[in-house]
Design a protein around this ligand. Structure first.
Ligand SMILES: [Zn+2]
Length: 266
């Protein structure tokens, strides 16, 4: 977190949206230069989306933030979730979840977060570690990479376990509260006693309270219990049930460094 008086003035003024440029962070490589829209969009569609399995909402949020930062020669953009949701015509909870995922995937870098909004640095596809690394290995086909991920035991190494935590961005998958990394644990959505696998589709990062309370319930039943106990709102419950579907459908792939996949032939 880097605070200056000028920065705070801008953040407090919530009318200032999408107008923030942090000169100090402007790199020598791109001193205010606008990104090439054509090549950026090709890399976005051809590499970023398939590599990170971005959802439609992730894509809408990233496209919008990219448009108002790098295509204007700025690295950073300041926004509130409510304003961003209004602009992309999607409700607030899924937009907030998409921002968290994009931060966890290293697509956005969180610079500051206050009650007035977020400041994030928006990375171009070629600047994102997972995409850059994949691009340097032309011999590895997306089908082969996907096969490796599907076969991987995500409890096997510390790097793989961290990837599951990184996907959730520090928030409990169930109650959506944020915790320090050292008090987070991994939970099998389908318990191991019911033949739940150690796949990224069956492991989530959650708080110890949810982990202990879930017990033998299914994840859907547990989320409904959290709603009845008013630990989730109705819209959060809907969002969590959608996340559960996305998880089972293989759409929430953890951000993996290529070497982690190489170590895990399955
Ligand atoms: Zn929790």
């Amino acid at each position: 977190m880097k605070n200056t008086t000028a920065t705070n003035r801008k953040i407090v003024d919530t009318r200032i949206i999408y107008e923030r440029t942090r000169n100090a962070r402007t790199s020598a490589k791109s001193p205010g230069a606008k990104a090439n829209a054509e090549s950026t969009w090709k890399q976005f569609e051809d590499h970023l989306v398939p590599r990170l399995h971005l959802s439609v909402i992730d894509r809408a949020v990233y496209s919008h933030l990219l448009r108002h930062s790098r295509l204007e020669g700025k690295r950073d953009v300041h926004f509130s979730i409510r304003e961003l949701a209004r602009r992309v015509r999607i409700s607030g909870v899924p937009v907030r979840d998409a921002v968290r995922r994009l931060v966890a995937y290293g697509v956005l870098r969180l610079v500051e977060r206050t009650n007035a909004g977020h400041v994030v640095e928006v990375l171009l596809p070629q600047e994102i570690r997972a995409v850059r690394a994949a691009g340097l290995e032309p011999g590895r086909s997306p089908i082969r990479q996907r096969f490796r991920i599907e076969q991987t035991n995500f409890l096997k190494t510390r790097e793989l376990r961290r990837a599951i935590h990184a996907r959730e961005g520090g928030f409990c998958f169930y109650c959506r509260r944020r915790f320090r990394p050292e008090v987070m644990c991994l939970d099998h959505v389908i318990p191991q006693v019911r033949s739940g696998r150690n796949s990224y589709r069956n492991l989530v990062s959650c708080c110890t309270r949810c982990n202990a309370q879930k017990g033998p319930r299914s994840a859907g039943e547990f989320l409904c219990k959290l709603y009845r106990e008013q630990r989730l709102t109705a819209s959060e419950l809907r969002s969590r049930l959608r996340a559960l579907e996305a998880l089972a459908g293989g759409k929430l792939v953890p951000p993996l460094a290529p070497k982690s996949e190489e170590r895990e032939p399955g």
